[in-house]
Design a protein around this ligand. Structure first.
Ligand code: PMP
Length: 361
């Protein structure tokens, strides 16, 4: 069965670099596959009303708390609706009628957040580059997208503002420690860093619970969800099981510090190829903002881009095309990626550049 087949199976030699779905280590995939075969308590059949499910959810929350050193005054909620639902739910749950919030614009996903949030509350948009010192003592919060997955731009430190921070960490949760005292709320869809699609983790300061706008659907009200331990409707049981497997794998690898070092080294290797003398690759982001998760780069013209992408697929590297709004090439270095994939990519980038830019003999 080849890559892209209807049942989603891929040839063994393919390395996946798509930004949309984080790769899972083979040990994690095997564990999930084995669990799916258990007809009663497996990942596909576990009733959410059972003690076993409650134990599973408690274990996932405990692992997140330990791995990210989440303090007790921050609650951990599990929700459906993807990270995009939070674009609306954050203002619905946190912004009172008289409040306003700052939203930092830094690229594709912050643009989408700003557009959606503006439908539910009073917001002020600020360019990310202007936030070196954004005094906003009376803002309810300041929202930013810690890693712009489409643009290859990342905040390597939280923005410098006195407002409590709200962050979309969908593409970089668990790849760096979080400075919790600065945060009101952090959210992340699970599909890139925590397993499979279908769930969003929300870390929210307990003092902010219970202030949702009256029109907020009850199943999306952070306060009501907290009281019900995230079980106001059937939770995404399969995604919860996948998260457990990913988190236990991550803990066994050495935790967030190991992931951070590994990702930085991998990103350095990719940027070294981009920056190599006479390289045809061009990174559009300023060096200080370059993403360690999704390095993006351009090629001189459309013909070279299409040749690069075709040749990469032939070389067994899948999913390197840039986001549809941005173009170019995008590499995704999520935690579950295998070292062999990074080695294969670096080799390919070097060989392709050499073959296309050396004068023919
Ligand atoms: N925020 C960021 C930073 C993302 O990268 C994505 C998905 N690529 C989203 C939000 C949207 O996530 P979802 O599809 O789970 O709504």
């Amino acid at each position: 069965m080849g890559a892209g087949s209807p049942d989603g199976m891929c040839a063994e030699a393919m390395h996946g670099f798509s930004a949309a779905a984080g790769p899972m280590p083979s040990a994690v995939r095997s564990r999930i596959a084995r669990s799916c075969l258990d007809p009663l308590h497996g990942a596909l059949s576990l009733p959410f009303t059972s003690p076993a499910y409650r134990a599973l959810q408690t274990r996932v929350a405990a692992l997140l708390r330990t791995l990210l050193a989440v303090p007790e005054d921050i609650d951990i909620l599990f929700m459906a609706g993807g990270a995009s639902a939070q674009f609306a739910l954050v203002p619905l749950n946190l912004l009172r009628a008289q409040d306003y919030a700052l939203y930092l614009y830094s690229g594709h996903w912050s643009r989408r957040t700003i557009t959606e949030a503006g439908r539910y509350g009073r917001i002020i948009e600020v360019a990310a580059s202007a936030v070196c010192r954004t005094e906003a003592a009376d803002a309810a919060y300041c929202h930013y997208t810690s890693n712009e997955t489409a643009d290859g731009l990342q905040f390597h430190a939280p923005p410098d503002t006195v407002a409590p921070l709200v962050a979309d960490m969908t593409s970089d949760l668990l790849s760096a420690p979080v400075d919790w005292p600065r945060y009101a709320l952090v959210y992340a869809g699970t599909q890139k860093t925590l397993g499979v699609p279908g769930m969003c983790v929300v870390f929210v300061r307990r003092t902010l619970l219970g202030r949702a706008h009256p029109a907020t659907p009850r199943v999306m009200d952070y306060g009501a969800l907290s009281v019900a331990d995230s079980r106001l409707s059937t939770p995404p049981v399969f995604a919860m099981h996948a998260a457990l497997c990913m988190l236990e794998w991550l803990a066994g690898e050495g935790g967030v510090a190991t992931m951070q070092t590994r990702q930085q080294l991998r990103a350095q290797r990719v940027y070294a190829e981009i920056d190599r003398a006479a390289s045809p690759y061009r990174c559009l982001q300023p060096v200080a903002w370059r993403s360690h998760v999704n390095p993006c780069f351009m090629l001189p013209n459309a013909t070279m881009l299409s040749d690069f992408l075709d040749a990469s697929r032939t070389a067994g590297l899948d999913g390197l095309e840039g986001h549809s709004d941005v173009g170019g090439v995008r590499v995704s270095l999520y935690n579950g990626l295998d070292d062999l994939a990074v080695d294969a990519l670096i080799r390919f980038m070097r060989d392709w550049a050499h073959a296309r830019t050396s004068p023919s003999t």
